[in-house]
Design a protein around this ligand. Structure first.
Ligand code: GAL
Length: 692
């Protein structure tokens, strides 16, 4: 697969898998719960755990009163970890703050869009512009870095926790206006043009008139909403940079991360992830033994690929997952036996170099007392969950050679946050069921089903490394992107895009002169109108006889339908019903050395299976295994150019067989040589090594 040499391990101290998770010893202080910490160390060893993420919400324990710091308990924990051969992913505590701070400095409290200031409570509710909050964070982060800079247990900084949300206080308004001034070169006319403020007398005379979007004020200028979201990402990054300044200064060699949340909508992770030394993310797939659980596994794999793609293939940390159940899904059904190991192997298969849980010891009170944990309220190791975690630990020990390996897919799929924001904020052509995320997953699915590795891209990614780039619903095409996609195709790439593409520019102004705007030339089509059939309506799609796109018979289009004119593109299928019967439904345009496909309506899995299945074959895209995988099973690979590690993952409750063909493999867990047909148990997995 043309794999690069290995990435270095996350820390030179740990050239093996980290296995552990969120640990809150300050909920179990020895004065009240004597012996618990010692017991934790004993149990960690038993569970094959070598890592603890400490201090995540510990501000009140570290600084119980303003300026009075109590590091004694943390010193002890850090020492105990080191003594037991374990490592600390040490957190900055800014994800939640002590009550004294909110009481004395109300400016640290977040203000909502309705301009109401929150009361103290919960977590993740600080103002990211407040000078007081930034100063308090700077002080405590400096103290943490100075105190533990040489501690043998310290390996990674876990900065805050799951950054999210925005604040609309006066500090943030001022920062937003400053951000806009910069973006529009201090020229309010540029902003007026970009936001189309001629509409409803929304013109501004001055930047000082601009406020953040609000349900009690302005929230219908799409360019404004988009810029606010961009600002929130940038201001979060600005806060992050302020947070890590002392860490980088005092401990320049210790990598920093903050835990991301998959496809979380609120922050442009393409930007935030670039700031991290190592990407980490929290993953809670709904693996609850549903009949079609394997379909959720597709979304999970996509998010793993996304996290690996953020830093161009660099392995990531699985910072959180639950050993058994969550407490926040509508129903907290237990994972069935064996699921945990396959879930962990799925993370590893796509690039995780750690397996960490939320949480180590189940808390006794408060809202997470029923959330799954390695150590339950019973307090001992004789539980099913503990045994399953210990099994993961034992397996990970055998997988050290996998550390630092990666994959170089030939296929890239665009998942772009700004595009998503624009689609989700648009009024029409349909206001329900726009499904950008779901549509991207529909396009990812055929590759998962066939075991073809995929990278996830933004509009700003370098496309030249891929053979096939898929850009579902590329509604917003930012300046230069059309040209870059044109170049990609002209040089021999294959591009697939769909309905609702090339509609607006980066400030959400529609392209004039015909859609798909900057993609019109490379696609060879003009989309004159877009129809939005009712939810249950289907539009017939008829394959052109002898088409060379794997399309066979009829399909059903739905949701969004572009009414196309072919302008040089060849028609591969046409609509067979509605007043637009006979109009192109799927087209291909030869352009330079490559070609570009336009799919004019939304389709189901059958269409995607036929269409992409054919492309995989026709383009000779490399599959992990040249075999048909059973339903619910995927094959993923990591390697270093010499050795490859093939992960077979079964997300169905029934056993499945996979044909490895004539090639010989080593089973990484049993150490035995295998070949021919191998069996995977229900929710089972195999990790197999082969030479390239
Ligand atoms: C995460 C969070 C953890 C814990 C977990 C529960 O989002 O970072 O602190 O609350 O959810 O699933």
């Amino acid at each position: 697969m043309n794999l690069p040499a290995k990435y270095p391990p996350i820390s030179p101290k740990t050239p093996f898998f980290l296995h552990g998770g969120d640990y809150n010893p300050d909920q179990w202080m020895p004065e009240v719960y004597p012996g618990v910490w010692e017991e934790d160390m004993r149990l960690m060893k038993l569970a094959g755990c070598n890592e603890a993420s400490v201090g995540i919400f510990s501000w009140a324990s570290i600084e119980p009163e303003e300026g009075r710091f109590e590091f004694g308990w943390l010193d002890k924990i850090m020492d105990m970890l080191a003594k037991n051969g374990a490592f600390a992913v040490l957190a900055t505590p800014s994800g939640a703050r002590p009550a004294w701070m909110s009481q004395k400095y109300p400016e640290v409290l977040r203000v909502e869009g309705n301009r109401q200031r929150n009361l103290h409570g919960k977590r993740h509710n600080h103002c990211f512009s407040s000078p007081v909050y930034r100063e308090k964070v700077r002080i405590i982060n400096t103290k943490l870095a100075e105190r533990y800079k040489d501690h043998p247990a310290l390996i990674v900084w876990h900065v805050s926790n799951e950054y999210n949300g925005d604040c609309h206080c006066d500090y943030c308004q001022k920062a937003f206006r400053g951000w806009l001034r910069k973006r529009y070169g201090n020229d309010i006319e540029k902003l007026n043009q970009a936001w189309w403020t001629g509409f409803w007398a929304h013109r501004f005379n001055d930047f000082d008139q601009v406020e953040s979007p609000s349900p009690i004020g302005e929230d219908l200028l799409h360019g404004h909403n988009l810029d606010w979201k961009r600002f929130v990402t940038d201001q979060t990054i600005d806060f992050f940079r302020a947070e890590i300044e002392p860490l980088k200064r005092i401990t320049p060699k210790v990598p920093v991360t903050t835990n991301l949340m998959g496809v979380f909508e609120g922050l442009d992770y393409w930007k935030l992830a670039k700031e991290l030394d190592v990407v980490s993310w929290d993953h809670y797939p709904p693996y609850q033994d549903q009949e079609d659980m394997w379909k959720f596994a597709i979304g999970a794999s996509f998010q793993h690929d996304l996290n690996r793609s953020f830093k161009d293939g660099q392995p990531f940390m699985q910072m959180e997952m639950t050993p058994s159940m969550t407490n926040w899904m509508p129903v907290s059904k237990l994972k069935r036996p064996g699921t945990l190991l396959t879930e962990a192997m799925q993370s590893v298969a796509h690039g995780a170099d750690t397996i960490q849980y939320f949480q180590w010891r189940k808390s006794r009170g408060s809202s997470e007392k029923f959330h799954g944990a390695v150590v339950d309220h019973s307090g001992h190791e004789n539980t099913r969950v503990f045994r399953e975690v210990a099994e993961v630990g034992a397996v990970l020990k055998k997988l050290s050679p996998v550390i630092g390996t990666t994959v170089r897919p030939e296929v890239g799929i665009i998942f772009d946050w700004e595009n998503r924001w624009a689609i989700e904020d648009s009024k029409g052509p349909r206001n329900e069921g726009r499904e950008y995320v779901g549509t991207v997953l529909d396009h990812y699915r055929p590759f998962w089903v066939q075991g073809v590795p995929v990278d996830v891209l933004s509009e700003d990614s370098d496309f030249s490394r891929y053979k096939l780039v898929i850009a579902p619903m590329l509604y917003m095409v930012r300046a230069g992107v059309g040209e870059r996609l044109e170049k990609f195709v002209a040089e021999g790439g294959v591009l697939v895009t769909t309905y609702l593409s090339g509609v607006v520019n980066e400030t959400d102004l529609c392209y004039l002169g015909g859609f798909p705007g900057p993609l019109r030339k490379v696609m060879g089509v003009w989309a004159e109108e877009i129809d939005a059939p009712f939810k249950e309506q289907r539009v017939k799609v008829e394959s052109a006889p002898g088409n060379d796109a794997g399309l066979n018979g009829t399909y059903e289009g739905r949701s969004l339908v572009d009414l196309l004119h072919a302008e040089g593109a060849k028609v591969l299928a046409t609509f067979g019903s509605e007043f637009y019967a006979g109009r192109p439904a799927v087209t291909v345009n030869s352009f330079g050395k490559g070609r570009a496909y336009y799919v004019a309506s939304r389709h189901d899995a059958k269409f995607h299976g036929d269409f992409f299945g054919h492309l995989i074959k026709q383009m000779g895209l490399k599959r992990v295994l040249e075999t048909t995988l059973p339903e619910g099973v995927t094959a993923q690979v990591r390697g270093d150019g010499k050795r490859e590690y093939v992960f077979l993952l079964n997300f169905k409750r029934t056993a499945a067989k996979v044909d490895l063909g004539g090639r010989k493999y080593k089973d990484m867990i049993s150490g035995q040589e295998v070949g021919g047909v191998v069996e995977l148990g229900g929710y089972g997995n195999r990790v197999l090594e082969r030479t390239v």
